[in-house]
Structures are given as structure tokens and as C-alpha cells.
Design a protein around this ligand. Structure first.
Ligand SMILES: NC(=O)c1ccc[n+]([C@@H]2O[C@H](COP(=O)([O-])OP(=O)(O)OC[C@H]3O[C@@H](n4cnc5c(N)ncnc54)[C@H](O)[C@@H]3O)[C@@H](O)[C@H]2O)c1
Length: 287
């Protein structure tokens, strides 16, 4: 049986946290968003406001709806303000020890029924859950970037996650208009497990000189019906992030099929990280 969610906490007001706060507030949930410094919260609120403004200018949202949604988000630097929330979504840096310490801090202030969701993209949710005194309340909610645009949330079931927690999170995701699919905890979950090795293989094709980056992307768009070529997608994600995920798969499964491409490593060493650096497999004019 799923539990009723009335108020949501979000920890981290960065790229993912502010997007998560935005979609929850837009769906009518009061959101308390916590970051470490007021300037980080201000930056998150500016991003959310701009995103809502774009929706208003495209007539996808009424100005009153934007104002109401913004008023539902309460930024704070105080963790204790998350104590009344039924669910807290953590979107802080990708570091196991930091995430585990947040779980321990939440354990100390939240009710025994509260659910703790982590937006980790590569750390074992089972290992994060082990930090809680009630491990069954911990679950993965893997959102995709940009959060307001992307339809899927992978719900990651740790070894310890209870049925009720899983059902509640799936119902929550559906309530804010996204699609939830449940997946057992494993390296890369499902989307990255499939997507990132495909990108890595496209990079190996460049490395072996099979075709130019442009031609490889055209082949995958026209021959496999992908909306975007794998190399342009690698540049968008960031080649350092692609390498991190490949390393997680390679080390986690201890399987040579996940070996990161030597060219991917070289590009990272050279600082050609994709769009954010103006150069990856393609070049990008300064923003
Ligand atoms: N960026 C992506 O494309 C993406 C996609 C899916 C999942 N993720 C995952 O989401 C998480 C967040 O990534 P991001 O890109 O938003 O990072 P980010 O660096 O943009 O934001 C992280 C924020 O967390 C804050 N923070 C750190 N420790 C904190 C604490 N104890 N309490 C409150 N706030 C704290 C930081 O000040 C920062 O504002 C990571 O686990 C990442 O792996 C990222």
C-alpha cells in the first residue's frame, strides 16, 4: 500500500535538485529545498524562475500558475526544516560518504515512516541504504537532465527497499506527470547500462578510424532512428561523465566488455569534455 505524500524535501539546489523541486512544485507539492549556502539556493531559484518564465512565454503555463508554483518552494540552509516531509529527495554531489552522512542526519530528525530517495547516477543504492537505521525506507529516484523535459524516472529498488516505499515512489512520479519504471539496484541501472556502452562503442569506431564523428552520428540517426547521434550526445552529457559511468560499469562488473575507449580517456585528459568546454567530438561556439 502506498503512503500519502503531502510535503517533499529536496537536498541540493544544483542542476538536478532545482529541476526536481520545480516539477514537484508545479504538480502542487509544497517543497522545502535545502542547500549549504544562501547563494546556492538563490542560484537554484533563479534557474527555476527562468524555466517557469519560458513555459509562460510558450503559453504552456499561466503566469498565476508560475507564481503559485514558485510560492510553494521554500529554500533553506537548515536541514531540520525537512523534518516534517514524507519524502526527501537527495541530489547532492556524487560521493558515497557525503550521501551516507546525509542519510544519517535525516535518520536523526525525520519520522520512521519518511522515505529517503537518492538521485545517484552510479553509486549502489543498496550501499547508501545501509547507512540508514531503517534501510527499507531508502530508494533510488534517478531523474534525467534536464529534469523538467525528460519523461522517465528510474525507480531503483535496493536490496532492502520495501514494497510500500517502491509503490509510493512510483505513484508520486506518476502524480507529477512523468513515467516511472522500477529496476533492481545494479551498476548503471538500466538506462546508463545500455546507453553509455553504446556511446563508448561509437567512440571506439572513431578511434579505429572507421568513419568520421559526423558520419557515425548520421549513420545512427538514419540507420537506427536515434533522435541524436551518440557522439553529439556524449558531448552533451560531458565526456568526463561518460568516462565515470564506464569506469563504474567496468570496475563494478569486472567485465572487459565495459572497458572505456582509449580515445575517451585521451579526450578527457586533453580537457575536450564536450559542450561545456566548447570542444568534444564537435566544436561549440562560446555561450
Ligand atoms: N547532472 C546530471 O546530468 C545528472 C543526471 C542524473 C543524476 N545525477 C546525480 O544527481 C546528483 C546531483 O548532481 P548535480 O548535477 O545536480 O550536481 P550539482 O553539483 O549541480 O549540485 C549539487 C548541489 O548539492 C549541494 N550540496 C552538497 N552537499 C550538500 C548537503 N550536505 N546538503 C545540501 N546541499 C548540498 C551543492 O552545494 C550543490 O548545489 C549526483 O548524485 C549526480 O550523480 C546527475
Amino acid at each position: 500500500m502506498s503512503l500519502q505524500i503531502r510535503a517533499v524535501g529536496v537536498i541540493g539546489a544544483g542542476t538536478m535538485g532545482n529541476g526536481i523541486a520545480q516539477v514537484l512544485a508545479a504538480a502542487g507539492y509544497p517543497v522545502t529545498m535545502r542547500d549549504l549556502k544562501p547563494e546556492y539556493l538563490d542560484r537554484g531559484m533563479v534557474t527555476i524562475t527562468k524555466s517557469f518564465d519560458r513555459l509562460v512565454s510558450h503559453q504552456k503555463l499561466m503566469p498565476e500558475q508560475r507564481d503559485a508554483a514558485l510560492s510553494r518552494i521554500r529554500p533553506t540552509t537548515e536541514l531540520k526544516e525537512l523534518a516534517p516531509c514524507e519524502i526527501i529527495v537527495e541530489a547532492i554531489l556524487e560521493d558515497h560518504e557525503l550521501k551516507a552522512s546525509v542519510i544519517r542526519e535525516l535518520d536523526a530528525i525525520c519520522s520512521a515512516e519518511a522515505i529517503f530517495a537518492t538521485n545517484t547516477s552510479s553509486i549502489s543504492v543498496t550501499q547508501i541504504a545501509a547507512a540508514s537505521r531503517i534501510p527499507g525506507r531508502v530508494v533510488g529516484m534517478h531523474f534525467f537532465n534536464p529534469v523538467p523535459m525528460m519523461q522517465l524516472v528510474e525507480v531503483i529498488r535496493a536490496l532492502q527497499t520495501t514494497d510500500a516505499v517502491c509503490e509510493t515512489v512510483v505513484a508520486l512520479v506518476e502524480s507529477f506527470g512523468k513515467k516511472a519504471r522500477v529496476c533492481k539496484d545494479s551498476y548503471g541501472f538500466v538506462v546508463n547500462r545500455v546507453l553509455i556502452p553504446m556511446i563508448n562503442e561509437a567512440i571506439n569506431c572513431v578511434h579505429e578510424g572507421l568513419a568520421s564523428p559526423d558520419d557515425i552520428d548520421v549513420m545512427m540517426k538514419l540507420g537506427a532512428n536515434h533522435p541524436m547521434g551518440p557522439l553529439a550526445l556524449a558531448d552533451l552529457i560531458g565526456l568526463d561523465v561518460v568516462l565515470d559511468i564506464m569506469e563504474t560499469l567496468y570496475q563494478g562488473f569486472d567485465d572487459p566488455k565495459f572497458r572505456p575507449s582509449p580515445l575517451l580517456k585521451q579526450m578527457c585528459h586533453a580537457g575536450y569534455l564536450g559542450r561545456k568546454k566548447g570542444r568534444g567530438f564537435f566544436t561549440y561556439p562560446a555561450a
